[in-house]
Design a protein around this ligand. Structure first.
Ligand SMILES: NC(=O)c1ccc[n+]([C@@H]2O[C@H](COP(=O)([O-])OP(=O)(O)OC[C@H]3O[C@@H](n4cnc5c(N)ncnc54)[C@H](O)[C@@H]3O)[C@@H](O)[C@H]2O)c1
Length: 386
């Protein structure tokens, strides 16, 4: 008997739309036992270029649309990838759920927790599955770190550091894209990177319980974007105000009583995807850096030798997370796109079984509430409890 199809529509065919399309295309190659076989049916993008035609040529989409409303109502679509800019996520996701479609929503989901809660309500009312794009959870070395922390091997967790530093907006001539405008993006580096950082901390250690935050915008104005430009292209129009934050620093108290320091920037010259964490327990530590994605540094106190206990590097192997679906042996690294294949796998499993696996829209709401609390803390200069 042939595998039933899962017919896919993608709204927004920029970076993430293409990554989702590739992940769904590759699913059956890495997971031949998949319960549903994705087929790319429709793509909607309103960019004034030939991007949907290119999507059809490279990925085989059959219906090329400029209006996402046609896509979410299309009778041949079972799953909608919500991969446009943040300001359309709520409208697209709610309409798609109401039309009975499953969802794969990119973080940060809505522009704030209120919008994300609206998506959650629509998903629950419709009884559909909804994955959220917290791909760093799917890194095999991160899964290993989580297992080590949960096992108690590094003792009681005392404190962690999580850093998400990037330079993608460090160029003052970079265009004033949707990412810098509250109306279109909501927050700045909070929604872009801190959403990932707080989700990762919650996944590996514990959810955030209390926080105090400082925010800064270092590049106050940028030139308007050319329509359809990607966010790292140069601006060419008039100068306009950057309306959200470039930088965030936070002190966190986690639900397990441990403490954490979080720092994130989109304007950090010298830092490219410097994403990672260090978790310190009473008997050891684990440290992970996205730039060396397959490695986990582990320090483990033996024979009560707490001082002068050194980090050793461990490499992810087939026992860690889903790496076995990609490579047969230890330290054959996975790449960024592979994380999205894992996300697709978990979503398809959720749809096939009716039981959520992997990060969901509920996790996006948890992160969104942390981000809203961070804005409140920063604006009012005070500690905020979740
Ligand atoms: N999970 C991750 O690691 C990750 C990485 C990057 C971006 N993201 C998230 O993915 C989303 C998209 O980011 P991106 O980097 O792909 O952006 P992008 O600018 O590269 O792509 C957005 C696409 O949406 C299209 N679009 C804009 N308005 C539209 C509309 N009304 N209808 C249909 N299409 C429309 C644009 O033309 C563009 O092709 C954002 O929410 C972002 O936060 C997640």
């Amino acid at each position: 008997m042939s595998t039933p199809e899962l017919r896919v529509g993608v709204v927004g065919f920029g970076w993430m739309g293409q990554v989702h399309a590739r992940a769904l295309t590759r699913l059956v190659q890495h997971y031949p036992d998949t319960a549903l076989r994705p087929r790319l049916v429709a793509v909607a993008d309103n960019a004034p270029d030939d991007r949907t035609a290119r999507a059809a040529a490279a990925y085989g989409f059959e219906h090329l649309l400029s209006d996402w409303r046609e896509l979410v109502e299309h009778p041949e679509v079972d799953l909608v990838c919500v991969t446009g800019p943040n300001f359309i996520h709520r409208d697209v996701a709610v309409a798609a759920a109401q039309a009975g479609k499953h969802l794969w929503v990119e973080k940060p989901a809505g522009r704030d927790a209120g919008e994300t809660a609206e998506i959650v309500a629509a998903v629950e009312a419709a009884g559909v599955q909804a994955a959220a794009g917290f791909n760093y959870r799917n890194v095999p070395a991160v899964e290993r770190a989580r297992r080590i922390v949960a096992s108690g091997a590094i003792g009681e967790i005392e404190h962690s550091t999580v850093r998400f530093l990037a330079d993608y907006s460090a160029d003052p001539d970079a265009a004033l894209s949707w990412r810098f405008r509250t109306e279109f993006s909501g927050s700045g580096v909070l929604g872009d990177l801190v959403s990932h950082a707080t989700d990762l901390l919650g996944y590996v250690v514990a959810p955030v319980a209390e926080l105090v935050v400082d925010r800064a915008t270092f590049i106050a104005q940028r030139r308007e974007a050319v329509p359809g430009a990607m966010h790292y292209e140069k601006g060419a129009g008039a100068l306009g105000d950057v309306e959200n934050e470039d930088y965030v620093s936070a002190l966190l108290r986690l639900a397990d009583g441990s403490r954490a320091v979080l720092e994130s920037s989109r304007v950090a010259v010298g830092e490219q995807n410097t994403y990672g964490f260090e978790v310190h327990g009473t008997r050891g530590a684990v440290a992970w850096d996205f730039r060396r994605m397959n490695e986990l540094r582990v320090a483990s106190a033996r024979d009560d030798a707490f001082t002068d206990t050194f980090y050793a590097t461990e490499y992810a192997g087939p026992g860690d997370g889903e790496i076995g679906a990609f490579q047969p042996g230890t330290n054959n690294p996975v790449g960024f796109d592979d994380l999205k294949v894992v996300e697709a796998r978990r979503l398809v499993e959720s749809i096939a079984t009716g039981t959520p696996v992997g990060a969901t829209i509920h996790d996006a709401l948890v992160a969104a509430r942390v981000l809203d609390a961070m804005i409140l803390s920063s604006d009012e200069r005070k500690w905020v409890s979740l």
